[in-house]
Design a protein around this ligand. Sequence first.
Ligand code: GRF
Length: 193
Amino acid sequence: MKLNGFNKIKTAVFISGNGTNLRSLIKYSLLRNSKFSINLIISNNYKAKGLQYGNRFKIKKKIINYKNVKKAEKEINKSLKENKIQLICLAGFMKILTKNFIKKFKGKIVNIHPSLLPKYKGLNTHKRAIENGEKFSGCTVHFVNSKLDSGKIIIQKKIRIYKKDTPNTLSKKILKQEHILYPKALTKIISNY
Ligand code: GRF
């Protein structure tokens, strides 16, 4: 997977919901110096708000029916191949990828998670961090392995939790940082290719 100075790394973003991280990745990818392009959006949810960015920025979209995981991943595989995708970014993708799929794309799938991993894997991270009286939380971009939110950490951003913070205010603050952190993480890993 060589970056030859002209070609940007072809990237697919997997979403299930709002897609604000997708939007920030697209915006960054359009900068002249960016090392990646967003060529494909995959969603398991045809109602995902983030799909609008596919239309707005003229990026291919693929909606995947997840009733049968095996079939779903087969279809995803096909789409990735057709679009010569080199890197996969999970951004609020609410489906678990199978071990087989992850193995196939080893070292080429990354995820963004709204906590300072290894703390608070899984859902409701902000609520749990506040309830535990944490002084800091944040966000992490990491490689995906077969254990949930457990792959090698690429980059993190720490955020102070104040007494007045609620899960809602904290999530807004962290999401804003996610939008900066994700493109930074991609730039970092691509530089190491
Ligand atoms: C983000 O908080 C991300 O860390 C988590 O899901 C959320 C997705 O938000 N994995 P959005 O769809 O990118 O707005």
